[in-house]
Every structure is written in structure tokens, then in C-alpha cells.
Design a protein around this ligand. Sequence first.
Ligand code: SF4
Length: 554
Amino acid sequence: MQQIADEFHLPLGQVASVVAFYAFFSTQPLGRFHILFSNCTSCGYLANGENLLQLLCKQLQTSPGKTRADGLVSIDETSCIGQCDHGASLLVNGVPIIGLNPEKIAQIAQLIATAIPLDAWPAQWFEIRDAVHRRELLLTTQPAPGSALRQALKQGIGETLAAIRQSGLRGRGGGGFDTGTKWQLCREAPGDARYVVCNADEGEPGTFKDRVLLRIHAEALFEGMALCAFVIGATRGFIYLRGEYRYLLPQLQAALNRRRDQGLLGGNILGHAGFDFDIDIVAGAGAYICGEESALIESLEGKPGIPRIRPPFPTTHGYLGQPTAVNNVETLIAAAHIVAHGSGRFNAAGTPKSPGTKILSVSGDCRSPGIYEYPFGVRIQQILGDCGAGDAQAVQIGGPAGKLIAPADFNRAIGFEDLSTGGSFLVFGQQRDLLTIHRNFAHFFAHESCGFCTPCRVGTQLLKNTLDNIAAGRGSACDLKELQQLGQIVQRQSHCGLGHSAANHVLDGLQQFPQTFSSHLKQSFSARFDLDQSLASARQLTHRGDAAAHLDNG
Ligand code: SF4
């Protein structure tokens, strides 16, 4: 830290605050083999990940969160690593191994115990298969490299922006802001420079579609970023890549280099004088909050990813205080398709308020987890049928921050007018205890809260503790009331989207599946003392005798 502070002329405390903020930085030495198990609901809990973690710790004679005394290995947990379609998974020195089972764990333990270097481990373990089960507009083809850019240069900025606006393209992260409006606002905002930022920090447990898009459709993404740069007048762009996808860096860098060689990035793109644009990739370091666009920009600037107060929005005050268009991977790929093939083809699919298609990451208790692309408006029932989950007890749309849906609502539709989602589609079979799912979600948010504002920092901890208490058989009816009130406070009073959505699952669960909680409650308590009576002296001191100065015992 001191070396970095000296090199960049920064106070040591500033560097230390960054190190303390991000989960992938450590002030303690890690093992030569550093293992991070995913503890996400999908590739952790539903896939028996916790037992496999304990098994590996036992076989290597260590425990979670520790580095073994000989420095050979450290094992810990992390939030979702984006491999939810492949069962229990881990990262070893940043590289994923999927499909864990007791036999594979025993082999991994043996390889580590004998200090076999990673490149001599079975090569097939590191092959990530992308199961794409359903393709529509975006996944069927990729625009030929440069085709959308040539079209944009031919028709000019005005018509290119008009095509995006006519398509009705809305942000695919779940918020659904109109992309054409965002680009226009950014273009019109005063500033010395403009920036394009691709949010490739999908961290919502149960989401892995960007992993597939970055591996297979990177060309379309780069094309979409260059189009955005052309429209808003940017010369520099960034891909903020989640730290768990760091292993994709070499192939992404190679694809960028190819585009530079083809004249699709760099100076005078496609021979067009003055159209200069290039892209840097910046890797995150294990902070879910950096998926929030203003936190992402803070992180890009080398700071802890604490969300900014908005407004002003990034379109006018983004990276380095300059106008910045932040779009997610799927949105930028869609933009490339729209310009290459026309807006009519795009908005012929979907619904009037949600034109186009949505790519879903389907995982959990289903026969065929993987990627599914549907026109907006598709019903949950159809998706469940397609992925082989006929007897689902519930579905979580949009990850822990999204919506818990009971069977009575399986006729609801994916779309901005009904169920808006960033893409996570988690299926829970009849055999699952939903309280364990809620606890997993609550632990996730308590861990990922950045701590900036009190309702979220304290509220997520209290939600977690209360759910743990109920699960341990120490809950009473009062706890359900407490969960409801707490959930509403966290939802309404928090500073950013993480807090606004952190209690959604609890509030949905209390409404849709009350028996999940009530069946674990302790049925009778005898009061040890009269709390209202014990406050009598306080009432006397404050001259209060009115009803509001008494506790509601209801
Ligand atoms: Fe941080 Fe949570 Fe507050 Fe967002 S809501 S600023 S994540 S503490």
C-alpha cells in the first residue's frame, strides 16, 4: 500500500480505504492456492456448496477464512461467481472450476496437497460450457464487425440516434431507462470530454448471461460501444468487468486488438477523420455494489465504490465529472443489432412498452439451466415449461433484489410493465425450505451493503439476525411484525438501489408465503416483566400520559 501511495502521490489512508472496501484485496498473505467458493443461493446453497466447502477444508486441514500456516492454501467464500448453470463452483487463483462434487473435491485436495501447479490440473476442469437453449434476435447472429459502424457513418449521428430512439430500446439492467434518451442527454450535456462505460459487473446472484455474451458476442458489444461513442462524441470507453470474470481478460484483450488492426478502434475509425475511440478494460475487485452505476464510476476513478448522491446523473456528471453514458452489456449489443439491421426488426418483437427481447439466466431446480432469449411479454409458466421445472414452488425473478413469485402468479409476464428483471430467473422446487433461501439472500445483502447509510447498513444486519433467529426456533409473532417494519424502513430510507431492494424478498415472502415464517415460530412466550410499566418513570419525567407514550401491545 505504501508503494502504491508513493507511486501515485496519494495519502496512505486513501489507498488503505480502497483495500479495505473490496473483498478481493487482502492485507494478510493468501495461500499459493487461493480458493473462493461461491455461496450464492443458486451455485452455493441449491448445489450443496456449503458441504463441499467444509469437505475441502477438512481434507486440507484448514478452515474457511484462514490461510494455512505453511502458506500453501487459503479457502474462503465469495458471493456469486456467475456459474449458476453449472452447479457448485469455485475460483482457484481467479479461475473457475465448475460442477463440483465430492470426488472432484478429493482430487482438488490431492493436487493442492502435492503442490501441483494449476496449469498441470486436468484441462477439462477449466472448460466453461455455455448452455444456450433459446435464441432470438440477439443470440441468433452477430452483426459483422464494422457493419453497424459503417451504417452509422453513412447515415450520420442524427439518424443513428433516431434509429435507437425509434427502436424503443430500454436499459437491460432492469431499470429500463430509454437508451436513446440517455445518449441524447449525454450528447447535449456540456463538458470537456465524454465517456462510454459498459457495466459488465453483473453480480446479482443467479445471473450469468454476461459471461456468455462476453465470451461469444464480444464483437457486438465493442461495436455497440463504438456506436455510442459516435453518437455522444466520446473518445474513450471502459468496460468495467466484474472481478469474478477476470479470467476472460486475455480473450477480450485479443478481440480489442483485432478490432484495432481492422481500423474499428483507435484513430480515424473506418477512415472517418476525427472519429477516434478506444476501449480499456478495468477489472472490479469483488464488490456487488459496483453494479450501481454511480458506485461503478467511483470505482473506475480508483475509489471505494460508494454510490453518489443523485442527481446529478452520470449523463451530465459521470466519470471525472464529465458526461458519461453507462449501459450494460446486453443493451450495447442490442444497440449494435438495431443500427445494423434497423429498428423495425427489433421492435417487431416484444410488447409496446418493452420492445425487443430479454436474455435470461435460468438456474436452480430445473432440468435445463442455462441461457434463454425470449421476446418481452413471455409468461413465467412458459419459461418453467421450457427449462423443465413443471413443479416449481416459487420463482425469484431478478435475483435477491428482485421479486419472489408464487404459483398463482406464474401467468405474469417478463417486461417493464410487469416483471422487470436484469435477467436472473431462479427456480425453487417443492423440496426447498424457503426460509433458508431468505436467510441466504439476507446474508448476501448484509455482506454486500457498502455501509454508507444507516438504514441499509444496520437494517440488513437486523434482517439477517431476525431470520437466523426464526430459523433457529427462537422467533415469535413479534419478529414477523419486526421484519415487516424493518423491511419497509430499509426499502424506503436507504440511499441507493441496493438498500431499496434488499428487503424485497422478505416483504414478498411475508405476503406470498407467510407459512414459511410462521411454521418456524415458537408458539408461546411468558413475559418476564411488564415493559410498558417499566417505562412509567420516563413518562413521568417527560410529563407524558397520553396513549402515544404507551407501548402498543397489540
Ligand atoms: Fe451503501 Fe446500502 Fe446505503 Fe447503498 S443503500 S449507499 S449499499 S449502505
